[in-house]
Design a protein around this ligand. Structure first.
Ligand code: NAI
Length: 284
């Protein structure tokens, strides 16, 4: 099995920046693609801030050599020579299928792996728009990527077992993460359990049953969760939470996956959680 040395990441938001960071910290050569000059600048700043934080906390020796291994660009064609590309753009099936179609035409290495960090979109839908569905799989990281150890590995029905094993070696041996295997169903393991829990908390708030603070305090103090479900939704991003709920609902048609109106209205209002400065809580 050939080790992966060159990585491409598409999207340099919350997750893409984290994925680029852990790959560069593992010594990989990383190219990140963003959709506009402003988004690329924001991505570079996100990466720099995170690596400086890691340096000041003694998690890494120095930020500069890690940053030197990451290039943030705007042209998807720059990914042509990559051995692995991980897609981390918005949770939107149309946008992701369009991107996978383009990447399929750009990657020159016939063994290149095309991975998605999607939380809920079936991998098969991304695989079948390419000419190489056996090289497409889900590599689903958790937020914040440099901190959380878990990665869900999601082969589709058409993914070659050798590709899954190469991806497993990459995330476990190179990145030092722990992988669990999931079948290709919306939400995989963690989000299929976590999203209905978050939606229940939002319904509880919406019905006036308890305040956001009390709901979260209840789960932190009463169930030893590190943070409550509403604070967690703010961390994930309310747009992403809603998009994941919609994919789950689309797949299973179960009321427990339906996004409550309050979540939809908050997203309409641009209240997206931490990334916009306000969600269930306000952030400075
Ligand atoms: P985000 O909104 O923070 O970042 C998305 C980034 O993609 C933005 O910077 C945007 O400019 C960029 N982008 C959009 N279209 C693009 C294109 N065509 N080419 C290049 N860049 C493009 O979103 P986030 O939270 O990073 O989520 C990304 C993916 O990761 C989604 O599929 C989401 O479901 C998944 N995910 C999110 C988690 C979370 O906690 N937020 C956890 C695990 C997975």
């Amino acid at each position: 099995m050939t080790a992966i040395r060159s990585v491409g990441v598409v999207g340099c938001g919350l997750m893409g920046a984290g994925i680029a960071e852990v790959c560069a910290r593992a010594g990989k050569d990383v190219v990140v693609v963003e959709s506009s000059p402003a988004a690329a600048d924001a991505g570079r700043q996100r990466l720099e801030a995170s690596l400086k934080r890691a340096e000041s906390r003694g998690k890494i020796e120095a930020a500069a050599p890690v940053l030197a291994r990451i290039q943030v660009v705007e042209q998807l064609e720059t990914l042509a020579d990559r051995e692995l590309v991980i897609e981390a753009i918005v949770e939107d099936e149309v946008a992701k299928t369009e991107l996978f179609r383009r990447l399929d035409g750009i990657l020159t290495d016939p063994e290149a792996i095309l991975a998605s960090n999607t939380s809920s979109i079936p991998i098969m839908k991304l695989g079948v728009v390419t000419s190489r569905p056996e090289h497409v799989l889900g590599i689903h990281f958790f937020n914040p990527v440099p901190v959380l150890a878990l990665v869900e590995l999601v082969p589709s029905l058409l993914t070659s077992p050798a590709v899954t094993e190469r991806a497993r070696a990459f995330v476990q041996d190179d990145l030092g993460k722990q992988a669990i295997d999931c079948q290709d169903r919306a939400g995989f393991v963690v989000n299929a359990l976590l999203i209905p829990f978050i939606l229940s908390a939002i319904r509880m708030l919406e019905s006036g049953f308890a305040t956001a603070e009390d709901i979260d305090r209840g789960l932190v103090l009463g169930a030893a969760h590190p943070q409550g479900p509403l604070a967690l939704a703010d961390l994930i991003g309310l747009d992403t939470t809603k998009a994941v709920a919609e994919s789950l609902y689309e797949e299973f048609k179960e009321p427990l996956y339906a996004a409550p109106p309050l979540l939809a209205r908050m997203v309409d209002a641009g209240l997206l959680g931490r990334k916009s400065g306000r969600g269930f809580y306000t952030y400075s």
